[in-house]
Structures are given as structure tokens and as C-alpha cells.
Design a protein around this ligand. Sequence first.
Ligand SMILES: NC(=O)CC[C@H](N)C(=O)O
Length: 347
Amino acid sequence: KPTIAILATGGTIAGAGTSEIKSSYSAGAVTVDKLLAAVPAINDIATVKGEQISSIGSQEMNNKVWLKLAKRVNELLAQSDIDGVVITHGTDTMEETAYFLDLTVKSKKPVVLVGAMRSGTSMSADGPMNLLNAVNVATNKDTTGKGVVVVMNDEIHSAREVTKVNTSSVNAFASPNAGKIGTVYYGDVKYLMQPTRKHTVNSEFDISKLEDLPRVDILFAHPEDTDTLVKAAVAAGAKGIIHAGMGNGNPFPTTEVALAEAVKKGIVVARSSRVPTGSTTLEGEVDDAKLGFIAVDSLNAQKARVLLMLGLTKTNDKKALQKNVLRVLRSYSISLGGGVENFTCML
Ligand SMILES: NC(=O)CC[C@H](N)C(=O)O
């Protein structure tokens, strides 16, 4: 049997409430041992070793826990007696943690994030089946080399593409630009697509000696936007700003001026969009070359923030960062299933 390390961080999957028919509960109340004890069928497919990394709702996620988690995953996967890692996590920021690990874990071995939308004490709790499915995905040989994946509601998603799309439904995750990469039904794993953007083994970020990450703020654009929040971010010491612009990453004119001034002060401004699909292209209505902005392709604002934070640990040179974004982004294609290598759709 393969050996899988289960790293618990908190979230609804470890949540407990007082009534099975009420939506209120406390996240992260149940320990990893109790989580595993609730799904004894896991022991038939893997030898599991539980570790508690944190006990938080993932809205409390922070640089310290991210770095602790990434370092521990790298450490465990370097051991020959560990075959994969499953991370139980709250769903609010699961997409960011998944992408952070996708860019910082250096191993081909499976790394699977899993959560739940209903707490363990709820009627029809989804956590136990999600966890059983996650361990099956982690022990499946086809997960090798896929980068970090997220398992929720019988679906497998790639870390770069997945995002939370519903606040309460068990069907809360989707990959709006690319689609799910596989399914897992009562433990039966079927892959449909292969993510080929830079991840895990070919990632260039090294967090092994980092204690913290540079501050990057996200600003959300709207009509009658102002320069106030840009100035506040600059005054607070942000090293980067992700601007979630209108349409193809467009700022309100007043905000655009403030962002260009921030660039002159050495802050890296990256244009993402508040639109859920598509990319911010380099040649749109905003003159990036003149204003000194960089574009983030199809990353959503919260994932662009993760990439920029990591990029800023290496350089704050805009050209290098844009090249980095493009290297991470442009080299990407999704090949259709069945090993049809030359039949790819570039995103
Ligand atoms: N469904 C959930 O996991 C949400 C619970 C909590 N807000 C968290 O993200 O951890």
C-alpha cells in the first residue's frame, strides 16, 4: 500500500456544529486524527500519516502558514517512504494555497488539496467522500507529474485554473478557462486532460530559506473609482499591486494615473480583470509599455497576487517579471486526453 501524508490546515472539512440541519458551525474544530477516523475505508487503499499544520478557517490563511506548508510538503516528498500528500483545507482560499504550492513544491509526486462545503456534523456531509476521493487521487499513478490538484465534488482540477465559484453549494469549484482535468467517483479516478503550464518540478521559485513574502495588494475596479486605495497601498508599503480591472483589465482614468505614479515609485503594477474568464492581453486599450504595467494573462486577481509575491522574491524588475509571467503562462497548453500530443489548444 502507498503511504500518504495527510496535512490538515482547518476549514469546513474539519468543521463541527450543533445541529445537522443548521448551516452554522466552527471551521477547523476537528483534529486530523478524528477526520481520518471518520473514513476508515481510507486504510484499505493507503497507509496514512496525519499531521496538523494549522486549525484555521482559510480566510485566515497567511504567509507564515503558506511557507510552513510548502516547506513541509517539500520535506515529506523528498522522503522515499512518502508517496504523496493530501492537504485538508478550507475552501475560501484553497485556490490560492493550491497555486502557491504548484509554484513552490519541487516534486512529481501527487499533491492533492481537498475540502468540504458541509461540516462533519451536517446532514449529507461532503467531507468524508471528498477525503476518500482525494486519497484515491493521491495514490493513482496518473496523478504523478500533474502539478498540484484540487479534489471537490467528484472533480479533479488543476491548481492554476481552479477557483471557488459558489459560496454555499457542494459544487463550489470550477476551472472557468480550461475545465476540470478529471473525475473521481467513489474512488475511481479518470483523467481527461494534462496541465502543462510550469508547475512543481519545473518551478523556479525556491522558498526553502524564506521567512515572509513581499506585500502585494489587490484593488477592484469600478466606475467612479478613485486614487485613494492606490495611494493607501503605496503608503502601506505594498511592493506590488494587482489591479482587477474592468473588461480587458482596464482601470478607471483617475486610478490609471495613480497606478502609473505608483510604478514610478518602484511598485510593480499588474493588470488582471474582474471578469471571470479570458486574459488581459498585452495589446489592449491600456498602453502597458508607456505606463509601466504588466499583464497577467488569464490568472484571476488572487492567483496573480500569489505569482507576483513569488516573482518579487526574485526580482522587482518589470521586464523580468513580465517575462516570468509569460514564461509561466505562455508555455502552457492543455493537451486533449489519450496522449494526442500534437493536438493542443493554446490558452
Ligand atoms: N467551506 C469552507 O471550507 C469554508 C469555511 C472557511 N471559511 C474556510 O475557508 O476555511
